[in-house]
Design a protein around this ligand. Structure first.
Ligand SMILES: [Zn+2]
Length: 766
C-alpha cells in the first residue's frame, strides 16, 4: 500500500474526535457565543462613562480568553493529568505501552514517567507528516492500524521501527476551536490480537471528553485569573481614584506592579510636562530603597530633543513599542547610552490624556524573556490604560480643586464689592428712625412713587422686620444685607433693584394676607427669593445667553442659567451676611431650598412646566397639606409677584412695559447684528404691535396665574381684578389702532386716564 492510500484511509475516517468535540461544545452555547465577540482593540480612544470603561474591561477579558484559546499552552499539570488518563485508557484496551505528546507551538513534546513516578518532559519533534503522532496532530484525525505488517512501507517511511509492534491507535485531543492540544499513541506488541475499531471508538470518545475537561479546566483557571485581575484593578480604583494621591505616586505603584508582573530588570517613567511652554520630560528612576517601591525624580528634565529617538514613535503613534533585540533598527546609536544600562530588550507604553495625547511613557528594560506573551501584553495594556485614567482623573481633581479655590475667592471678592461702606450703613440706620410707611403700602396694587424711590432700602427693612424680625440678628447686620442686595442689582432699565423691590412688596402683601397659610420657613424662602430673584441680572434673556454660549450657561449646564445665577448670588450674600440668629445647619439648608424653589420658578419655562402639571389640580383638588401642592402654589405666587408690574395703575404698567422693552430691544438689536432674527417682542420695528402683544401676554401668562391664585388664596383677588382692568386698557389701545398707540407712546409722563380721553383725530405729527 502506498503512502497516499494511507492518507486516504485517514481522511475517510468516518468518526473523528473533532466531530464529537463539536457536539460537546454545542452543548455550551455560552462559550460558542463568546467566540463571536469582537475584541475591543483600543481602550483609550475615547473615555466617556464608567460603564463604558467597565464594558471595555470586560471585552479585554474576552479578548484575553480568545487569546488563551489561540495560544493555549498546556502546563505540566495538564501533562500529568493527561498521562494518568492515558494510562487508564491503555489498561482498558490492553495496550502494551503508550506515548503522550503535548503540542507546544509547532512542536510535539513527549512526556514520560520517571522511575519515582514523576511525569517529565522528554524529547520534542516538529509537527509534520514525517511522524505518526505529527501526522495525526496535523490532520486532527484518529488513526487505527490493525496490523502493522500491512503498512510496513508507510510506517518505515515515517522512520517508525515496526519490530514487534503489531497494532497502533493514535488519536488527537483537540480544543473546541479544533486546535490540537495533545496526541495519544497506544501500541500492542508480539502475538497479541490487533486493536479493533471498537477500541478506537472507545479511545476517540474518551479523547473528546478529555478535550472538554481540559477546556473546562483552562476556562476555570482563566476565570480565577480574571477574578484576581479584577480585584487588583478594583484595588487600584479604590486606592487611586478616590484618594488624594499625586498622579506620579500612582504611576510609580502601577509601574512597579507592571515591572514585577512582566519580570523586567528596570523601570523608568518619563513624564511630559507642558506647563512651562516648551515641553520638558521628567525622568523617574528606581531609587536605592530595598523593596524598590519608590522612584526618584532626576533633578534636571530633558528637552524633547534629548529624549531617546525611539520615544518619538510612541509619542507620535500613541502605541506601545516592543523592542526584542538591541539590534532593532528603531533603536539607534543615539539611544543606547540614554538608558544608563545595556539594553537587551525594551517595552515602552504610553499614558495618555483624555484627548489621546501622550503625556508619559512607562519604560521597562531587559525583560527576562524577550518579547511579550499575549497575557503580558494584555496586562500591560490594561495597566497602561489605568495609568492614563489615573493621570486624567488627577488632572480633573486638580482642576476641580482650583475651581473650588477660585469660587471661594470670587465669593469673597463679590462680597467685598457689594459691601456698603461704614458711613452708608450708618446713614441708612439713621434714616430708619425718621422714615414712615407710605399710604396704601398694604395694597397689592401699590407701587412706589418716583419721589420715594430712595427709601426702598428702608421699606425692605420694614417688611423684613415685620415678617421675621424676631429671628433677625441685628439692625446693622440686616442693613448691611439689604444694601448688599441692592448693590447686587445692575443699573439696567427693568431688571433692577426697583423691580426686585416690587416683587418683594407684592410677596409681602400676599404673605401678610395669609400668615397662617405659609410656614415660617416658606415665608423666608418666598420673601428672600422674591427680593433677590433677579440679582445681578444682565438685562438679557436666557435664550440670548444660550445663543452666545455665555459662561453663565456653561456654568449651570443650560438649565435656567440666569435663575441659577441669581440663586448663586443670593446665597453668596446670605452666607457672608449671616442675618439669622438661630438658624442651625438643617434649617439653613431648608431655607436655601425654599429660596431656590422661589428663584428658579421665576423662569417662565419652569412656570409653564409646573402650570401644565398642576393647572386643573389647583381648581379641583388643591390640598394645603400636600407638599407638592404647596410647591405648585408657591410657584404661582412667585410668578404673580414677578409679573405684578402688570397689576398696577395703567400709567405704571405703561412705564414698566417701556422699561422692559428697552432691555428687549437692546437684545433684539444685538441679535440682528449677529444675523439672527429676534422674537417680534424684541424687535423695535414691531413696536406698533406692543398693545396686541401685551393683551396676549396677559391672557396667556399673567391672568391664568392670577386666576389660580384668586381660587386658592381668595384674598389676592385684587391682583386679578386690577390686571383685568389693565388688559381692558390695552384692548382699547389695540382696537383704536396703530396711530393712536404711536401718539400716546410718544407722550412722556402724565396719567394714562387723561390720555385715554384724547380724541383719536388729534394725533401729534411724526
Ligand atoms: Zn423678575
Amino acid at each position: 500500500m502506498s503512502k497516499n492510500d494511507v492518507d486516504f484511509a485517514l481522511s475517510d475516517s468516518s468518526w473523528s474526535c473533532s466531530d464529537l468535540q463539536t457536539n460537546i461544545i454545542k452543548l455550551e452555547p455560552k462559550v460558542t457565543k463568546r467566540k463571536k465577540r469582537v475584541p475591543c482593540s483600543k481602550f483609550m480612544k475615547k473615555i466617556e462613562t464608567l460603564q463604558e470603561i467597565e464594558e471595555k474591561c470586560q471585552s479585554y477579558f474576552h479578548r484575553h480568553l480568545d487569546n488563551i484559546w489561540q495560544n493555549l499552552i498546556l502546563t505540566e499539570r495538564h501533562a500529568a493529568l493527561l498521562y494518568q488518563a492515558a494510562q487508564t485508557l491503555s489498561e482498558r484496551i490492553s495496550s502494551s505501552f503508550f506515548f503522550v505528546y503535548l503540542v507546544e507551538d509547532d512542536k510535539l513534546v513527549n512526556y514520560q514517567k520517571t522511575l519515582d513516578g514523576n511525569i517529565v518532559r522528554g524529547e520534542e519533534e516538529e509537527i509534520n507528516k514525517l511522524s505518526l503522532a505529527g501526522s495525526v496532530a496535523e490532520k486532527k484525525m484518529s488513526l487505527l492500524i490493525e496490523d502493522t505488517e500491512n503498512y510496513r512501507g508507510y510506517l518505515e517511511s515515517l522512520d517508525f521501527k515496526v519490530d514487534e509492534i503489531k497494532s497502533i491507535i493514535c488519536v488527537p485531543i483537540c480544543d473546541p476551536t479544533e486546535v490540537c492540544l495533545a496526541v495519544l499513541e497506544f501500541f500492542r506488541i508480539g502475538v497479541s490480537t490487533p486493536f479493533t475499531s471498537e477500541d478506537r471508538a472507545y479511545i476517540v470518545a474518551n479523547a473528546g471528553w478529555i478535550g472538554a475537561a481540559i477546556h473546562q479546566s483552562v476556562y476555570n483557571q482563566e476565570i480565577l485569573e480574571q477574578e484576581r485581575m479584577k480585584s487588583k484593578l478594583m484595588n487600584y480604583t479604590q486606592k487611586y481614584f478616590s484618594g488624594e494621591r499625586m498622579a506620579i505616586e500612582t504611576l510609580q505603584n502601577m509601574g512597579i506592579t507592571l515591572k514585577s508582573t512582566i519580570t523586567a530588570n528596570k523601570l523608568t517613567i518619563y513624564a511630559i510636562d507642558k506647563s512651562w511652554g516648551e515641553p520638558l520630560v521628567w525622568i523617574y528612576r528606581e531609587g536605592y530603597c530595598v523593596d524598590h517601591t519608590e522612584l526618584v525624580r532626576k533633578n534636571l528634565p530633558m528637552t524633547m530633543d534629548e529624549i531617546p529617538k525611539i520615544f518619538t514613535i510612541v509619542i507620535n503613534t500613541g502605541e506601545k513599542v516592543v523592542v526584542t533585540s538591541s539590534t532593532d533598527p528603531r533603536f539607534g546609536d543615539h539611544d543606547r547610552h540614554k538608558f544608563g544600562t545595556y539594553v537587551r530588550n525594551l517595552v515602552l507604553h504610553p499614558t495618555k490624556t483624555h484627548k489621546g495625547h501622550v503625556q508619559g511613557i512607562i519604560a521597562l528594560l531587559n525583560k527576562d524573556v524577550k518579547g511579550l506573551t499575549p497575557k503580558e501584553e494584555i496586562f500591560l495594556d490594561i495597566i497602561g490604560d489605568y495609568c492614563s485614567l489615573c493621570c486624567i482623573h488627577w488632572q480633573y481633581e486638580i482642576r476641580i480643586l482650583k475651581q473650588k479655590w477660585s469660587i471661594i475667592e470670587l465669593k469673597t471678592l463679590l462680597n467685598h464689592n457689594l459691601a456698603p461702606c461704614h458711613h452708608e450703613t450708618k446713614l441708612y440706620i439713621e434714616n430708619l428712625k425718621t422714615f414712615s410707611v407710605p399710604e396704601g403700602f398694604d395694597s397689592l396694587t401699590w407701587y412706589i412713587h418716583p419721589e420715594e424711590v430712595d427709601s426702598i432700602p428702608q421699606l425692605v427693612y420694614y417688611m423684613m422686620d415685620d415678617l421675621m424680625g424676631s429671628e433677625l440678628l441685628s439692625k446693622e447686620c440686616l442693613a448691611q444685607y439689604i444694601l448688599k442686595v441692592r448693590s447686587a442689582y445692575r443699573q439696567v432699565t427693568f431688571h433692577n433693584f426697583q423691580h426686585a423691590f416690587n416683587a418683594a412688596h407684592c410677596m409681602y402683601t400676599i404673605i401678610k394676607r395669609n400668615m397662617n397659610v405659609f410656614t415660617e420657613m416658606e415665608k423666608k424662602g418666598l420673601f428672600l427669593g422674591a427680593l433677590c430673584h433677579d440679582a445681578d441680572h444682565p438685562g438679557l434673556s436666557n435664550n440670548f445667553l444660550m445663543l452666545i454660549k455665555s459662561r453663565t450657561v456653561l456654568l449651570y449646564d443650560g438649565e435656567s442659567p440666569l435663575e441659577n445665577h441669581h440663586y448663586y448670588v443670593t446665597m453668596a450674600i446670605l452666607q457672608e451676611t449671616k442675618i439669622f440668629k438661630n438658624l442651625d445647619e438643617k434649617s439653613y439648608r431648608d431655607m436655601a431650598l425654599e429660596i431656590r424653589k422661589t428663584i428658579i420658578s421665576t423662569d417662565l419655562a419652569v412656570h409653564f412646566r409646573l402650570r401644565n402639571e398642576s393647572f386643573q389640580l389647583m381648581f379641583e383638588n388643591f390640598n394645603f397639606s400636600e407638599i407638592k401642592h404647596r410647591d405648585y402654589l408657591k410657584c404661582y405666587v412667585t410668578t404673580a409677584c414677578d409679573l405684578s408690574g402688570n397689576s398696577k395703575s395703567f400709567s405704571v404698567v405703561k412705564k414698566l412695559t417701556d422699561n422692559l422693552l428697552q432691555e428687549f430691544y437692546h437684545e433684539g438689536d444685538t441679535q440682528k447684528s449677529m444675523n439672527v432674527k429676534p422674537l417680534s417682542l424684541m424687535d423695535r420695528e414691531q413696536y406698533d404691535y406692543v398693545p396686541k402683544d401685551q393683551v396676549l401676554f396677559l391672557e396667556v401668562v399673567v391672568l391664568p396665574c392670577l386666576e389660580v391664585l384668586a381660587e386658592v388664596l381668595p384674598n389676592t383677588e385684587e391682583l386679578l381684578r386690577q390686571t383685568l382692568k389693565v388688559r381692558q386698557k390695552w384692548i382699547v389701545i389695540r382696537d383704536r389702532g396703530i396711530e393712536y398707540w404711536r401718539y400716546i407712546s410718544r407722550r412722556p409722563g402724565g396719567s394714562m386716564e387723561a390720555r385715554d380721553t384724547e380724541p383719536i383725530s388729534t394725533p401729534e405729527p411724526h
